[in-house]
Design a protein around this ligand. Structure first.
Ligand SMILES: Nc1ncnc2c1ncn2[C@@H]1O[C@H](COP(=O)(O)OP(=O)(O)OP(=O)(O)O)[C@@H](O)[C@H]1O
Ligand SMILES: [Mg+2]
Length: 265
């Protein structure tokens, strides 16, 4: 299997980017896929979610060219490249660097091959850190909350992804959108999901991540949802989402193979 590199991005804050990267990553690793998670957010929430406070190498040193990628193993099949607060200075410090949008892509080019999936947790902004993530990835997932304004801000990110595709990374494509913090009892939430579907069609995952307190509690224990509470709704939902992600990539692999075969005919 080729490595799939997915940037999880939405410049709106608090929509569930980090929670999703942590739990999709853990879910896929528990199924047996080799997974790397990269924390591109200076808030370092993903790093802290796994209880990692001090690592030898963080994304910051890698972007600055001061170190090679060195990952931290969380458990079997799951590794992370952590972040630190220093990363908040990186956008300014790299402003005059030639090819500054390609630094992450170049740095992970070789290491990424060791994994089935690489997920990049983006900060809630569309600056150089997010651009680096979009340039390094082949796919983008956008988590959305079921609010009226969920779609409204999206023109901006779609525009940025379009520019990255044109100028920096032809491969990049929004391939997945999912709803987080969903409450099916709220009519509003159901209406908004219909609107999101009209907009994104088959890119919208069937799985909705429900509001679930265990998902908010797990990080304070340095755990993903499967280790924190395997019986929770959160664990159930992220497991379902992982299955959908795998199915989509198996379907894609089938299509690629068929294309190859028809070329040979
Ligand atoms: N399905 C859920 N149910 C309940 N709480 C959730 C759920 N998903 C996320 N949360 C909580 O909501 C808050 C925001 O989630 P998260 O940090 O994943 O969002 P984010 O998009 O990464 O935020 P930021 O933009 O700041 O990086 C966190 O406190 C998290 O624990
Ligand atoms: Mg986050």
């Amino acid at each position: 299997m080729d490595t799939t590199i997915i940037a999880v991005s939405n410049h709106k804050g608090g929509v569930g980017k980090t929670t999703s990267v942590v739990n999709i990553g853990a879910g896929l690793a528990l199924i047996g896929y080799k997974v790397l998670l990269i924390d591109m957010d200076p808030q370092a929430n993903m790093t802290q979610s796994f209880g990692i406070n001090k690592a030898k190498v963080s994304v910051y040193e890698v972007l600055k060219g001061e170190a090679e990628v060195e990952t931290v193993e969380v458990f079997e099949n799951l590794e992370i490249l952590p972040s630190t607060l220093d990363l908040s200075g990186a956008e300014m410090e790299l402003i005059n660097e030639a090819g500054r949008e390609y630094i992450l892509a170049e740095a992970i080019n070789d290491v990424a091959k060791k994994y089935d999936y690489v997920f990049i947790d983006c900060p809630p902004s569309l600056g150089l850190l997010t651009i680096n993530a979009l340039t390094a990835a082949n796919e983008v997932y956008i988590p959305l909350q079921a609010h009226y304004l969920a779609i409204k801000g999206l023109t901006k990110i779609i525009e940025v992804i379009g520019k990255v595709k044109k100028r920096l990374n032809k491969k990049i494509e929004i391939t997945g959108v999912f709803v987080t913090q969903f409450d099916k009892r709220k009519v509003l939430h159901r209406d908004v999901v219909d609107t999101i579907y009209t907009y994104f069609q088959e890119k919208l995952f069937d799985t909705k991540i429900r509001e679930n307190i265990a998902l908010a509690e797990a990080p304070s224990q340095g755990m993903d949802i499967f280790h924190y509470d395997a019986q929770s709704k959160g664990a159930e939902d992220y497991k379902k989402l992982c299955k959908e992600i795998i199915e989509r990539h198996l379907d894609d692999a089938d299509e690629d193979e068929q294309e190859e075969n028809s070329k040979e005919d």
